[in-house]
Design a protein around this ligand. Sequence first.
Ligand SMILES: *[C@@H]1O[C@H](CO)[C@@H](O)[C@H](O)[C@H]1NC(C)=O
Ligand SMILES: *[C@@H]1O[C@H](CO)[C@@H](O)[C@H](O)[C@H]1NC(C)=O
Ligand SMILES: *[C@@H]1O[C@H](CO)[C@@H](O)[C@H](O)[C@H]1NC(C)=O
Ligand SMILES: *[C@@H]1O[C@H](CO)[C@@H](O)[C@H](O)[C@H]1NC(C)=O
Ligand SMILES: *[C@@H]1O[C@H](CO)[C@@H](O)[C@H](O)[C@H]1NC(C)=O
Ligand SMILES: *[C@@H]1O[C@H](CO)[C@@H](O)[C@H](O)[C@H]1NC(C)=O
Ligand SMILES: *[C@@H]1O[C@H](CO)[C@@H](O)[C@H](O)[C@H]1NC(C)=O
Ligand SMILES: [Zn+2]
Ligand SMILES: [Zn+2]
Length: 823
Amino acid sequence: MATSRDSRPFILIIILLLLINSPEPQQQSFATRPRYDHTIAREWDALDVLNRTRYGDFDGEHGHWLNLTGFRENDGLAWQLLAPVQQRAKEQTVGLLGVQAEGALTGSLDESSYSAVYRNVTGFVQGEWARSKIGHDSPAPLLNLSAIAPDSAYPLADYDRNLTGGSGNVRIHFTELGDRTRANVNESISEISARIVIGEDTSMGDWWEFTLHGVHFLKFGGVVLTTTSEKFAGIFALPHFTITDHLYSISQELLNRTVHDTITRQESRSYPTWNPWSSAVDGTSESLFPAPHCEYIIYLQQHPVHINRPSKQYPISNPYFMGLIEDEMRYPTGSPLPNPSQLSMSMVAFSPDCGFVIESKGPPEYSPTEASHLKGLKLEKFMDGARRSTLAFAAVLALQVILVVRQMKEASTPSTRSRISFYSIAVLALGDGFAFLTLIFVHLYLNTSLLALYATAFLALFSVVFELRFLMDIWTVQATERRRQERQEASIHPAATSPGVSLSNVPQGTQPTGPIDSAAGVDTLPLPVTASRRGVDTGVTSIILPPDQDEDATADANTATGTTGSTGPVSTRIELGTLYTRYCLILIVTFFLTLHSTSWPTAARSIYSNLLAFSYLSFWCPQIYRNIMRNCRKALRWDFVIGQSLVRLMPITYFYAVSDNIIFSENDYQALLVLFGWVWIQILALVSQEMVGPRFFIREGWAPPAYDYHPVLREDEEGATMPIGSTQTSEEESGSPSTTMPGESKEKGKKIFDCTICTQDIEVSVIPSGGSAESNSGLGGNILARRAYMVTPCRHIFHTPCLEGWMRYRLQCPNCREILPPL
Ligand SMILES: *[C@@H]1O[C@H](CO)[C@@H](O)[C@H](O)[C@H]1NC(C)=O
Ligand SMILES: *[C@@H]1O[C@H](CO)[C@@H](O)[C@H](O)[C@H]1NC(C)=O
Ligand SMILES: *[C@@H]1O[C@H](CO)[C@@H](O)[C@H](O)[C@H]1NC(C)=O
Ligand SMILES: *[C@@H]1O[C@H](CO)[C@@H](O)[C@H](O)[C@H]1NC(C)=O
Ligand SMILES: *[C@@H]1O[C@H](CO)[C@@H](O)[C@H](O)[C@H]1NC(C)=O
Ligand SMILES: *[C@@H]1O[C@H](CO)[C@@H](O)[C@H](O)[C@H]1NC(C)=O
Ligand SMILES: *[C@@H]1O[C@H](CO)[C@@H](O)[C@H](O)[C@H]1NC(C)=O
Ligand SMILES: [Zn+2]
Ligand SMILES: [Zn+2]
């Protein structure tokens, strides 16, 4: 069976993709046990150093070194920069806290030196960084890695995370765990970890993501973070990075305890954890041969929280007030508390081994309009936003389903379905499938799961199911039509194609069968002419009812179960199977490519996402093309076209224009404008096709010839181009004498015919044979007049509304059952 042959490579590719995207299996053979024991012994030694050292014991400039990896005299790291950086961090804190800074830094906190800061900074901040004045002229240290960390073999490679540009973007996600053994008795300090995404504005826009560990001084909102690796014992020396004696002692006391706990846990694990403070993001992939990377020490100071309208009841200076606000955010009770300002921080970061110092951009060095340090949201606020956006997207999806259902109802007959471009709907369905997968996987970005996301994903799946159903209907109709065309072509050129050759041309399993089954299912048709005639005779004049409604509803079933032999339906089913396989394949390849693209350099990533959005938003192009090729209009409802365009633009607008969006994509207003323009151009093309004609912007001869239902009628001797009804002979041919009446000329150049659908007269202008200048002048004004009547290839003439109404149900002449080209 062709279906099963198709699905095998498909499954293989999925497995391949899963393999490529899955993390490498860890090599945790216990042959490395001695090495592991050695690592743990080194950690105990380092903890001992942490336990024993005092404030000021580490001062590279005055020859005081620590017996820790990276902190020895011979390691050659740029420790001469530490003192200026600490000074800068102190200035930052004093500048932000003002008079309260003194008490905060020395620990002599009382009511007067209280600062209103968030005590739980779980959430994120983002902003721009710039290279600091400090260390601008000092050369990058030359390191001998085999001397610093003799145990680990680093490959000879450039340092990862080495910021070489002058500026860039940075985003920091904080995680503060709730368990209070991570804080000290007085709750003045707690453990914190942060995931940082830092990129630079170079031509390629490289960026890195890594994790840091450190301490958070809860009383005044200071944070000190560091990386820890084989070549840098950052966390064990962290108290030495703090800026005052008091902060040193509380962080030493906390770390002494928490590091002790961590090493104990590490020892008792059944599988080795090489570095519990690893800076690799997933925490595992710091493999046996890690690429060397720059180490970071980061100082952050939270900006004091402002409240727009301070309430008298809870003055901001009240230490309990911030606690109330934070509790309300986390466990909302509906208390009428004022809205505090968002989370905001200043940053100084220092890399001792790569020798650079960076700072967050903002006042006083930069004007507040240019940059204002790092801003962000507490997790609770962010999740509120995410929930709202997800609900909005759910509403968008619901609207989408409604639009599709309305369009499906409209296109319930084969002839209306055959007008719709299969590929336009396929792109829409791909978009929804993509949305479904994105919603399922978005927790990778959020690090938390949100129930609303899964509910919305279900709605997206629902939408996909509807669209696939619609696609199937369209495909069934159009496949039949295609086969008919192929057979017609084969019969037109019988000399060129022998029956054997034509067999290989048509889809597998299809054999040319005798009767031609049209899209409208000609062979199953009862006599429509007499049916409508009967209606006419009993006085129903204008309403066109399909001869058999039930049959229309099951029209595709008719073509599938076929009255013309079993070969057509089988091949249609095979084609449908291939179709679904292709749909899933394209969807999954695109999705995994997109997932992968999140690790590309910024430039490549934005090019990719722009291309993807552009090709997605080209979904009307196939419809425009189909309209041109078939010279037809009226494929889709206008509310479908406008509605889908808006509804599809909405999520893209969200990702391109909202800064705190749930996947933290960069804003790009120019690209968004281009995308809007592109959709607008496509709608304009569709509108003009409707108004002026499907081919007005195409040169003659570019598109295949198509039947013109509104021809200029010329009177010639043989009457070869005139509609039947004006001559006696054709009246006999038609076999229904009462249908047509001899044309009679009321006035010169006018003829009157009879529309068999409504039995009313049609008055048309006719150019008399040997048409003169007078009739040519009439031609220009006739374009609209010509739209009033339609002449079929079998030369029957009808009112345009009558025949259009008829053709929604049957693509055949009501008079002689000749197949009609679609509208
Ligand atoms: C820390 O130092 C004290 C003495 O100052 C000692 O008693 C204690 O065992 C040390 N703790 C660790 C974990 O080394
Ligand atoms: C530094 O610590 C190591 C153990 O980690 C020890 O063997 C060495 O003697 C120490 N060096 C100094 C100068 O104390
Ligand atoms: C790096 O250190 C190793 C071991 O200490 C030494 O053998 C080597 O000569 C050093 N390389 C340089 C370039 O200093
Ligand atoms: C901080 O807030 C987050 C998010 O609400 C929560 O998960 C975490 O437990 C909180 N941490 C503390 C120390 O309260
Ligand atoms: C906790 O605070 C009290 C006074 O507020 C102080 O006496 C005590 O030393 C503090 N304890 C620690 C561990 O900082
Ligand atoms: C570190 O912890 C040990 C107990 O594990 C304790 O004896 C020692 O005094 C602590 N050191 C400091 C500097 O707090
Ligand atoms: C970081 O990049 C700068 C500029 O390219 C280079 O001079 C320096 O050696 C690099 N640092 C390391 C540790 O590779
Ligand atoms: Zn009519
Ligand atoms: Zn006809």
